[in-house]
Design a protein around this ligand. Structure first.
Ligand code: 16C
Length: 258
């Protein structure tokens, strides 16, 4: 209800994903469609199995305890509302490699393995080691997309970034002493605009962004369940607070990116 009451953004946003075909097109489209549908499902309804584990201001984080072959793969779903920024801005800073080291505190190294298209990149990331487990790395494609609002032409615009593990011949998972992790991450953002009544131009005081962040990380090999759960309970809230503060700070003296 609250989201649908948001007004149209007054500036025509960039077009939806350019129609460039590549070897990941079909997979990206399928995963994005599925992840966006999942992200849009609420956490509130009875019987969904989501347990609240962290709360701070508008931020709520839920998890479902789940194990596969004895490994903790607890799905995470977080919701947050942040004033003064748009969904396009949030997705831009999350997707773009040049900002990654600024906000991602678990990184030891990151590089772009392949530029598939303007909206699709393949990343390699080496993360900090968590004692007593082996160090982890990951190869994933990352895709940014503006979703048209087909139900309501004047409804809020939605931006998303989806990250999905993939394979790359230059980064085989079975070499060296690092363990490959597998992830699926979806960041979904809706911009809510409350236009000033006097017809004044829209300022950052009139906008907010509803963020949904969903993630499933398979640790890929042995890691003690208690350590893993303790780590994500600390790291996910830290990430979402730090990252959104970063976007606010980066955006504050720039024109609003609708
Ligand atoms: O979505 C996020 N970041 C994106 C861009 O980097 C991307 C990457 C996600 C990587 C998430 C897995 C990283 C786990 C590596 C180990 C963590 C080291 C902690 C260091 C403490 C000294 O999608 C934001 C990601 C926010 C990360 C929260 C941490 C989640 C931990 C999950 C457990 C991983 C299993 C580790 C097994 C030892």
């Amino acid at each position: 209800g609250r989201i649908l009451s948001g007004m149209a953004v007054p500036v025509t946003p960039p077009p939806t994903s350019p129609m460039v075909q590549h070897h990941l097109t079909a997979e990206v489209d399928a995963v994005v469609k599925q992840q966006v549908a999942m992200a849009r499902l609420g956490v509130g309804e009875c019987g969904t199995g989501w347990q609240l584990f962290a709360e701070d201001g508008e931020m709520r984080m839920y998890r479902r305890e789940q194990e596969v072959d004895g490994m903790v793969v607890d799905p995470l779903k977080a919701v947050h509302t942040v004033k003064g920024i748009t969904g396009h801005e949030v997705c831009h800073y999350f997707f773009s490699p040049q900002y990654r080291y600024d906000w991602e505190t678990t990184l030891e190294h990151m590089n772009v393995v392949e530029t598939i298209s303007e909206d699709t990149l393949v990343f390699y990331q080496l993360h900090k080691r968590i004692w007593p487990a082996s160090q982890r790395d990951v190869v994933f494609w990352s895709h940014i997309r503006h979703l048209p609002n087909d139900q309501d032409r004047d409804g809020p615009h939605i931006w998303t970034v989806v990250n999905q593990s993939t394979e790359h011949p230059e980064y085989p998972g079975c070499s060296g002493k690092t363990v490959r992790i597998y992830l699926t991450v979806c960041l979904l953002c809706q911009t809510i605009v409350n236009p000033p009544k006097d017809g004044a131009p829209i300022s950052r005081n009139d906008i907010s962004c509803k963020i949904t962040y969903c993630s499933v990380v398979n640790p890929g090999g042995w890691a003690p369940a208690s350590v893993l759960r303790a780590v994500y309970k600390r790291e996910y809230p830290k990430f979402l607070k730090r990252f959104t503060a970063y976007v606010i700070n980066q955006s504050k003296n720039k024109p609003i990116m609708f």
